[in-house]
Design a protein around this ligand. Sequence first.
Ligand SMILES: C[S@@+](CC[C@H](N)C(=O)[O-])C[C@H]1O[C@@H](n2cnc3c(N)ncnc32)[C@H](O)[C@@H]1O
Length: 270
Amino acid sequence: MNACDDSVESKVNPKTATLYSAALEDGDYHSRSEKLTALALGLFTPFPEKMQINRAFGKNMYQQYAHEGFANLFDIGAGPMPKGHEWAPRRRFLYIDHNASIVEHARKKLRPEDAAVYERGSVGDIPSLFEQGLGERAFNGDRKLAIASNAVLMFASDEDIKAAFSYLYAWCAPGSVATITIIGVTARENAFRTRMISNVLRWIGAQMYVRNIGTFKSLFAPWSIVRGPIPTWEWLSWPPSTRTAGIGFDLYAVQLMKCGSESSRGRKSC
Ligand SMILES: C[S@@+](CC[C@H](N)C(=O)[O-])C[C@H]1O[C@@H](n2cnc3c(N)ncnc32)[C@H](O)[C@@H]1O
């Protein structure tokens, strides 16, 4: 399945995955020089710690989905080291990522018993991929989903996110949830510090949208926000360090729900 041969490849920035991989113990998608860049970044920014917290967040999210009994998991921007099928075994998985070499790298590690489908596709491709039947096939006609998107949506435009999430809202059954981590700031988007952050990210080759956390509600509408936005370290009760806590520029976690009568075991309806 490939709905994006002409459009996506030009926008793919491999550094978004290689620097992440280089900062992690289980990373397997980076070169020696990226390991050095990640170490150097760690000298004057909280980058490696942020990435480790984010990986721990992904594990915690999948374990929570398993605990709550979700059978169908859809990971948007699953990256080169997807572990959802290991952290929440015996469920159906659909992974997508817009980077073809990442998809190829990750597919080699999937085993038939993992019940995981990994397709190339970007956030903006989700409506057309689902229109072509990808969701029906991957989840065997069951539309109650637990969606994950961990450290991805800061690389996608407002337009693509809105199109994907409003489509998914209409497609999914009530009781479906989505757990997202995304870069955010508490300051104004046009504040001097916010612009400096964007410039540094561009300088290291990891350009991203730096959004004010107040914009998330409209970004994910009509989903209801049932938790967050909360910095990921706080969500996990990760012991706050001065490098990570309270700096107003963070990976924020948000949980969304399509409210209705079929809310999942143990989850408050909204
Ligand atoms: C920092 S990595 C996170 C990977 C994974 N979610 C995890 O937590 O291990 C970001 C991933 O998002 C993917 N990505 C970035 N922009 C994307 C987009 N617009 N559509 C789909 N995937 C995207 C990148 O290729 C990369 O694999």
